[in-house]
Design a protein around this ligand. Structure first.
Ligand code: ACO
Length: 384
């Protein structure tokens, strides 16, 4: 490595492209999506409104919203080859995120009687419209339950919940999930979005980019954290156990899932949005014990992380309350990361479209630290 090589492990702080989609200020704890603070958007917008905003740079009027809803709803049904693939995956007991990654690759196939639109527009709609159907259908197949067909008149969030358990959700349950989906719809150049942009930058297609993004999201340092984050709270069980449990985990060199963030050095603003929504859900159930325990765990964890890694400013990230909220909405932990994927689809699509409009092949440099000038040795002359 030459002395003047700029080496940024993990590309930390490296800016590779401008974006008009979302802005993260990690010092101030701000997330802005197309000009709106996440606190405003996540508590007011439906997923259809937020996805329209991302794709068109303005909120839809009533007619545009109706058209956008109709376009998405008309694409929800899965093509038969996708269903066949899910049935094969069930026989192998493939984990939901792996089944989602496999099936995502078939999303550009046409469902019976599907309207013909231009390919780019159609693929974008298919990705967003069909991810919830994929997750719900696979989940029901895994438990030997009949797959529930989507209902056109239901909104994106309500229809997802309906396809999972067959019950039309209450307005409060729908709003709670909608808040989650909108809060997670986009977050600048996070790892999965960057993966999608890298793939599309090669001239590849949207479906390939989304498959790669699902793979990146799955990792526990990114979208795989909410299940383990909820498990942390469940394992602690009672406020009195929080400090000894967390001390022991940190002493063993474990990372606390749901804490720390590459960008945020203060509390993640989505943590606030999701904690308020989670409180409402648990209040509705008439039992705040789990919510109160989670709050206590957060306070203890932040204090002990500061002791353990002074000056690193490790706070609760979005995943800590995401797990709690989704649990309150009634989703099993195995569906937390697939539901994160459902939320992020519109962001991935918007980033791919933005990348295509001003494309530059993503290809970072590397710092070679291997040897030079090795002399070739014939096979029969080589020792170990
Ligand atoms: N628990 C314990 N220690 C931690 C944690 C944590 N949750 N997070 C960071 N640290 C420590 C690291 O070990 C590191 O210490 P070191 O420099 O002495 O080795 C220091 O704090 C700084 O952390 P980095 O690894 O440099 O932070 P980075 O920006 O690379 O990672 C990440 C951020 C991956 C989110 C990290 O905080 C983490 O692993 N958190 C737990 C997993 C998690 O919650 N992931 C979800 C993230 S949100 C999202 O992707 C939607």
């Amino acid at each position: 490595m030459s002395a003047d090589t700029v080496f940024k492990p993990g590309l930390e702080g490296v800016v590779v492209a401008p974006t008009a989609l979302s802005h993260v200020d990690g010092q101030a704890g701000e997330l802005v999506i197309r000009g709106y603070a996440v606190e405003t958007l996540a508590t007011r917008a439906s997923y259809e409104e937020a996805s329209y905003l991302l794709w068109h740079d303005h909120l839809p009027n009533a007619q545009q919203l109706e058209q956008h809803h109709a376009a998405l709803a008309s694409m929800r049904a899965l093509p038969e080859p996708t269903l066949q693939l899910l049935r094969s995956a069930v026989r192998q007991r493939v984990a939901p995120m792996d089944a989602l990654r496999m099936a995502a690759g078939t999303l550009n196939l046409r469902a019976p009687h599907e309207a013909h639109t231009s390919d780019a527009q159609r693929d974008a709609l298919a990705v967003v419209a069909r991810f919830p159907t994929l997750v719900a259908a696979y989940w029901r197949m895994l438990y030997d339950e009949p797959v529930i067909a989507p209902r056109h008149e239901l909104g994106h969030a309500a229809n997802y919940l309906y396809m999972l358990d067959g019950d039309e959700p209450s307005a409060a349950r729908e709003r709670a999930l909608e808040t989650y989906l909108v809060a997670l719809i986009d977050h600048a150049f996070n790892a999965s979005t960057f993966t999608a942009r890298t793939i599309i930058s090669t001239g590849s297609d949207l479906i390939s980019a989304v498959c790669g993004a699902v793979g990146a999201l799955k990792g526990h340092l990114h979208g795989g954290a909410p299940g383990p984050a909820l498990q942390l709270v469940l394992d602690i069980r009672s406020p009195k156990n929080a400090e000894p449990y967390i001390r022991a985990a940190l002493a063993q060199g474990k990372r606390l899932m749901g804490f720390g963030h590459r960008d945020y050095k203060v509390r993640d603003p989505r943590t606030y949005v999701l904690s308020v929504a989670a409180r409402q859900v648990y209040e509705m159930e008439g039992n705040l014990a789990m919510y109160d325990l989670a709050q206590h765990v957060e306070q203890v964890a932040v204090r002990l992380l500061e002791e353990h890694k002074p000056g690193r400013n490790l706070h609760a990230n979005v995943e800590f309350y995401a797990g709690l909220l989704l649990h309150g909405v009634g989703l099993p932990a195995e569906l937390f990361t697939p539901t994160f994927a459902v939320a992020r689809t519109a962001g991935w699509v918007a980033h791919c479209q933005e990348q295509q409009r001003a494309n530059r092949l993503m290809q970072p440099g590397s710092a070679y630290v291997g040897e030079f000038g090795r002399v070739w040795v014939e096979l029969d002359e080589r020792s170990l």
